[in-house]
Design a protein around this ligand. Sequence first.
Ligand code: FES
Ligand SMILES: [Fe+2]
Length: 411
Amino acid sequence: MLSHEHQELLTRVGPGTPMARMLREYWLPAARSASLVADGKPQRVRLFGENYVVFRAAGGDIGFLDEACPHRGASLALARNEGNGLVCIYHGWKFDTAGRVLEAPCEGANPRQKEFMNSIVAGHYPVREAGGMVWVYLGARREPPEFPLFEFNQVGEGHIKVRRALLDYNWLQGLEAHLDAAHLAVLHASTIGRFAGALDSDSGLALKNLAPEMEMEMTRYGMREAAIRPMPDGTRYARMRHLILPFFTMVPSAPNSPCSGRAIVPIDDEHTAEWYFIYRHDRPISETEIKAQWLGAADNDDNFAANLGNAENMWHQDRAALKGGHWSGLTRCIPFEDFTVSSSMGIRMDRTKEKLGPSDMVLVHARKALLDALEAFQADGTISWQGGVDFASLRAATATLAPGDDWRLKV
Ligand code: FES
Ligand SMILES: [Fe+2]
């Protein structure tokens, strides 16, 4: 259970809030690389309750600007993308990827007006492209932090598949669904069971024990944890995850399956972008692997949850399937089961009323870590979870532990 004050601190992510100011200090996934075409349509991006526009200029450079034109506030998402910049359709001001004004046809050409034009710069932000995503730094520091070179940010094209889901709930609900390991063998029992013996046979082992022993430890990047289940032959089966605060999780997959991760990014208090990616080194991701991950999801890489449903249609829960043996009756993919329960809590769930049990230990520690990081940030600008982290080494895993084996040495 959280105090009202802590609930507000953790969930309010609008302009000027402590959480937004802190989260803006991290590199954030903002758009899919493939969705930005040179000279193509600019894309509107909303983060922390503020609106931006991202576009790819003819030469391939990416610009990330405030959405409102600095002249009179028309949306630059409506702009023409011409050559090396965006041209506002209202009065024709043209901005390059660094926000400089290149043209202002209505302002004439005398030297004083030229000076005026040179004094104006549209709000613009540093970007990086990696792992099939366009990342942005929206923070207050002069120099962005070191870019997190996760393993998935370094694989070749075709070796990673990235898809985004847009959800109508607060970011912490999204994050906590991924921190909550205890639900795996309950909520997902049937969707995981479907793959038992096929793509994800390892996960079938997790279904055999609904109350694993949870172990965790805090790390420089957040925390890592293991769900450990004793097996009949005396070994223990461990599923081990990294929670890379403030918003990444790496999720274990079976041997020979793609590695998998998520990033949970706040759009505003009531909307969240959940980035899902699967990747592998040895060969490109196959269509079969993509289908297995997103069975029944919308055919839209920028919002694969477009067909999730809502309370009106009970998220398309199939009661006949439920009666017939499917646990949740949510018969599409695993992410849809997570999105549905998170969405069913309401737009911003009230954590002052929940009753947490021992299996919620990871949630409790993650919330405390976020609150401690906020306190340090507000006290002296400290940014947690960045220094000295080897991001490339953070890969989730499963392992069979012999008696005496330590899971910490397996992940
Ligand atoms: S509002 Fe954009 S050029 Fe005038
Ligand atoms: Fe889940």
